[in-house]
Design a protein around this ligand. Structure first.
Ligand SMILES: Cc1ncc(COP(=O)(O)O)c(C=O)c1O
Ligand SMILES: Nc1c(O)cccc1C(=O)C[C@H](N)C(=O)O
Length: 494
């Protein structure tokens, strides 16, 4: 990283390798206190083969004496895959369990004195905080279903192939689930696999996709394209795409565009409404810390969420008189379910679908109140700050990580950072490509010393300091172990 960037981010180059400096950076950052909102697994927890934590955070009576080393906090850099558990999650879920135990079905409607919503209103209660995270109006977002399922629901609505325009453009290294979802949508419309166009990086060794390259592939296929589906942040390389620019380009060519924000939500501030994005979907279990596989979220721009009364024709009026149809509505086609229906008439059981205007009208099923509760706990942690302030901290953490990775003592580093060096083109994650043959040995060493991160075989480590709970000291400890592991591994391979 260029020195000027370090200065911009407020890092002092001469002190970078000092442990005391890492601790000072933590002390000086007001957001460091948010780490206390989370349960950080200890090294002992990670080694423990029995159920539950051995740490003193939570005692479940399963553990014996704990050594000082085992009590040390692990170095968790895997929030880009599964975020850590907020302490308040247990409290909120326990309240949910008490409600279910004491009220049964009335839990759907019971309004609590402490202001927490009845289950029936939890979808609305989550809108405000969710919309702030993705730069949307509350009416444009809803917490529902799961990411891939939501991509399908959204494609059912936005991928409307015609004889002339039928292709879906995705990126060549799309997360496999997105690839399968797009392929199966194409097959669902009886179209050939060639209707899937992939944007591949010009270089076989560098995953970087420039905006120019992306725009040129979209332009090349514009006349035959029905939809573009891209990730806000690429899961493998960590590259953050220019959502606004690419969206504008697609619209200039009359192509709707959807964004998979799995790795962007809670990581970088996005402005889905202002950027005119058509639709987006995300999960709530990565930088949002709602728990493994928890309920996801989606965005539909308000211009697509309108529900309008239209003049009814005679046949429809006749049905209305018979009480079958009380009004004729026009709305964007979708795969519907009762939970997308207006709450005032949802329980009428009359088979008249009156979608809630906006994203909520895309809901399908009665959502899991357990999941919504966990997401509420996570959003309440985000509520202690805001995404712009968090991003500032994240820029500093990732810049520090980058600077430390670039300072390898004793020769050439046996790895290369493949995430863009421009902070505007990345979020928290840095992906590190190791020299061939080193991955297993390095991973074994750092994991047995309490580091948790994600590997993508054959040679990439994804390191993601999550700004809500990771610290500069975590990075310092990681670098010390990682560099030691690199030295051992290269010594072995000669
Ligand atoms: C970019 C991306 N898309 C899709 C998925 C799949 O999400 P889910 O299993 O929640 O549908 C993931 C992660 O699992 C992902 O990172
Ligand atoms: N690696 C995973 C796993 O072992 C279980 C469940 C999910 C994953 C994932 O890959 C999650 C995520 N999309 C990611 O990019 O890390």
């Amino acid at each position: 990283m260029a020195n000027s960037q370090n200065q911009f981010i407020g890092l002092e180059a001469s002190k970078l390798t000092s442990e005391a400096y890492a601790k000072t950076l933590d002390k000086e950052d007001a957001l460091s206190k948010l780490r206390n909102e989370f349960i950080i697994p200890t090294k002992g927890d990670l080694k423990n083969k029995r159920f539950g934590p051995v740490s003193k955070n939570i005692s479940n009576g399963t553990s014996g004496p704990v050594s000082a080393e085992d009590e040390e906090e692990s170095i968790y850099f895997c929030g880009n895959s599964l975020g850590l558990q907020p302490k308040r999650t247990r409290e909120y879920i326990s309240r949910y369990l008490d409600t279910w135990a004491s009220k049964g079905v009335f839990g759907h409607f019971t309004q609590y004195e402490d202001g927490h919503p009845p289950w029936l209103d939890m979808d609305d209660a989550l809108k405000d905080q969710t919309s702030k995270l993705v730069g949307a109006l509350p009416s444009e977002v809803v917490v529902m279903e799961t990411l891939t399922a939501n991509l399908h629901f959204l494609m059912a609505s936005f991928y409307r192939p015609t004889k002339d325009r039928y292709k879906i453009i995705i990126e060549g290294k799309a997360f496999p689930s997105d690839h399968y979802a797009a392929m199966s949508q194409i097959a669902h419309h009886n179209l050939p696999p060639s209707a899937l166009v992939t944007i591949t990086p010009p270089s076989p060794t560098d995953p970087y996709l420039s905006s120019d390259h992306i725009l040129s592939v979209i332009s090349e296929h514009a006349a035959t394209t029905a939809l573009v589906l891209l990730p806000g942040i690429q899961f493998y390389s960590g590259q953050y795409f220019d959502i606004e620019l690419i969206t504008r380009h697609c619209h200039s060519l009359n192509i709707p565009i959807g964004w998979d924000l799995a790795h962007a939500v809670g990581n970088v501030p996005v402005k889905l409404h202002d950027w005119n994005v058509d639709f987006a979907a995300w999960c709530n279990y990565k930088y949002l810390n709602g728990g493994p596989g928890t309920i996801g979220g989606l965005f539909v721009h308000d211009r697509h969420g309108q529900v309008e009364e239209s003049p009814s024709n005679d046949e429809e009026s006749a049905k209305a008189e018979n009480g079958i149809l009380d009004k004729t509505l026009t709305y964007r086609p979708r795969l519907s379910g009762w939970w997308g229906g207006d709450k005032k008439v949802r329980f009428n059981m009359d088979n008249v679908f009156v979608p809630i205007p906006g994203a909520s009208g895309f809901q399908v099923s009665n959502p899991s109140a357990l999941d919504l509760t966990a997401v509420l706990a996570s959003l309440d942690v985000f509520g202690l700050t805001d995404i712009d302030t968090l991003r500032e901290r994240s820029l500093r953490l990732t810049a520090y990580l980058e600077a430390r990775l670039l300072q390898y003592e004793g020769g050439e580093a046996p790895y290369k950072i493949i995430t863009p060096s421009n902070p505007a083109e990345r979020g928290a994650q840095l992906s590190v490509r190791l020299n061939p043959g080193l991955l297993d040995s390095i991973l074994h060493f750092i994991e047995s010393n309490g580091v948790v991160l994600d590997e993508r075989k054959p040679d990439v480590l994804r390191v993601a300091p999550a700004p809500l709970y990771n610290s500069f000291w975590d990075i310092h400890r990681f670098i010390t172990l990682f560099h030691e592991a690199c030295k051992r591994a290269t010594a072995k391979t000669g």
